[in-house]
Design a protein around this ligand. Sequence first.
Ligand code: P6P
Length: 327
Amino acid sequence: TVQDLVVPVGVTLDRFIMHSQSAFPYATGELSQLLRDIALAGKIINREINRAGLIDVAGGNGTENVQGEDQQKLDIVANVRFIRALKNGGEVCAILSEEEEDIIHTGNDHGKYVVAMDPLDGSSNIDVNVSIGSIFSIYRRVTPINGPASMEDFLQGGRKQVAAGYILYGSSTMLVYSTGDGVNGFTFDQSLGEFILSHKNIGTPAEGKIYSVNEGHYHSYPPFVQQYVAQCKSRNFSARYIGSLVGDFHRNMLKGGIYLYPSTKKDPKGKLRLLYECYPLAFIAEKSGGKASDGFGSILDIVPQSFHQRSPLYIGSAELVDDVVKG
Ligand code: P6P
């Protein structure tokens, strides 16, 4: 498997992908190229974010996305950069983005893959310099090659993802992804312009002492969540919630912990989006030994009905997710 490869920490993403490729001799390299295209988009967005205060890309754009959410200028910049990188890369025939109502056809009808993405999650944090992230989910298309992609390419269900991951624009910028065989983290070296393998074969600790939830919504949480939060306090857990899903998820994956976004009165189906937030992070969670649930079953087993549907999300250390779900 990929994890058995003698790939030392410190290799570039390109070399890691090449080594991984050698573990799958029948793979034809399109997925490898697609991962490189995503890394390129991440490098470009990283540069824009780092300059946000200096060039006019910070703040609101005065427009709303399909979700009715105020678009930040960088939301739009990130969306455009990802679409352009994936279109130019040639491996992706269509994209589903949080920022667009319908799927975007790239013109690469020969492409074997489709990507569902949240180009920049937590973007309201940009102006206050808090970590933000891009989240992506990759499927092989099920519609005929050379024809147009369509809805069923994106509604295959979480367990049909061939790869998923995120880019975290934090104190350092990291790309974390899995192609199904372990989770690996790459830290961006600004001086080289390269992602370097820094976190090989990440394992989510089964237990943890951190819980991430917005306690401001406490009174609108279901009783089983209120009980769980009380249990965290009685167990002297630390509360860590930065209002940015990718940042909270990444910390919990490395240190052990649980992130909760329950259903609320305002969002009875939860706030987070199934296809490009919950599914990809659930894929990463499970491939690193963690768990992800909607309160009833695994996120990855939810049958998708529509592009932008929401779901409650309880994700992180396996034993903590079990605790909250069993109530
Ligand atoms: P609340 C950001 O808007 C986001 O989608 C996640 O990144 C974050 O965890 C959550 O919503 C924050 O939502 O309701 O706690 O402000």
